[in-house]
Design a protein around this ligand. Structure first.
Ligand code: NAD
Length: 246
């Protein structure tokens, strides 16, 4: 129960890594605001959190929309009394090589990852500053660090999250707010499972542990970074990749 009575917001918590993070936080004693633009999966996560005996709020919101984010954070802060933890996990990929990347895909991918992350941070941080306490964890990717073929928008967005994390960590350290970034490798989530077997095998071959990761293996690390056990960590890049990026 490392997160007993903490109040958390987790974006993209309807499935995959975000859902695992939200459930792990509840198992560790936190109340959770689930932010997920798919109402079906979001409601299901809320049911599973409530079954664990924790309070859960559900917001069917697009994180790239500032007005919606501002409203949801105000409602969550009023209902919970404070926000201790923010996990920026919502995202999607629109693969494309340099000359085939369309403007609308670039805007959508940078919108959800960069603007979405910035929106949530800007809405939550004044409440954290008030309490001189806060944990922010952003989800980047190994591809944000090493680049990836035919992933122009996605790898650029994920690289941007590294810069955003460190700049925010520098600015908020004086308020005892920890800001860290997790870089997953190849994690078996519903979206990633659709990848052609040929590519999956290629990544696994290049992964030191010779297997894909499970969403829970990322959630465990995010829960640690959200807890006071990680109190002297800020601005850190934490890879959860099974040794893919060595
Ligand atoms: N799975 C991997 O191998 C992997 C690797 C590296 C990084 N990541 C990152 O981890 C995060 C989670 O990945 P995943 O594989 O679990 O993805 P996923 O597609 O399974 O889940 C993402 C969730 O975010 C929601 N979402 C997307 N855009 C949204 C928006 N604008 N507003 C609100 N909700 C939105 C989706 O509906 C979905 O429920 C993403 O940021 C992804 O880029 C994943």
């Amino acid at each position: 129960m490392r997160l007993k009575d903490r109040k958390a917001i987790v974006t993209g918590a309807g499935q995959g890594i975000g859902k695992s993070i939200a459930l792990k936080m509840a198992q560790e004693g936190a109340d959770v605001a689930v932010v997920e633009w798919n109402p079906d999966t979001g409601v299901q996560t809320r049911k599973e959190i409530e079954a664990l005996g924790r309070r859960c709020l559900f917001f069917p919101v697009d994180v790239a929309d500032w007005k919606q984010v501002e409203k949801l954070v105000a409602e969550a802060a009023t209902a919970f009394g404070r926000i201790d933890i923010l996990v920026n996990n919502a995202g999607f990929d629109r693969p494309g090589s340099l000359l085939k990347t369309k403007e609308e895909d670039w805007d959508a991918v940078l919108g959800v990852h960069l603007k979405g992350t910035l929106n949530c941070i800007q809405a939550v941080v004044p409440r954290m500053i008030e309490k001189s306490y806060g944990k922010i964890i952003n989800l980047s990717s190994v591809w944000g660090k090493r680049g990836a073929l035919s992933e122009i928008s996605y790898s650029t967005a994920k690289a941007g999250i590294l810069g955003l994390t460190k700049s925010v960590a520098r600015e908020l350290g004086r308020y005892q707010i920890n800001v860290n970034v997790v870089l997953p490798g190849f994690i078996l989530t519903p979206t990633v499972s659709k990848m052609a077997e040929k590519y999956r095998n290629m990544i696994i071959e290049n992964t030191s542990l010779k297997r894909a990761g499970q969403p829970e293996e990322v959630a465990n690390v995010v829960a640690f970074l959200s807890s006071d056990e990680a109190s002297f960590m800020t601005g850190a890049e934490v890879e959860v990749s099974g040794g893919w990026n060595m």
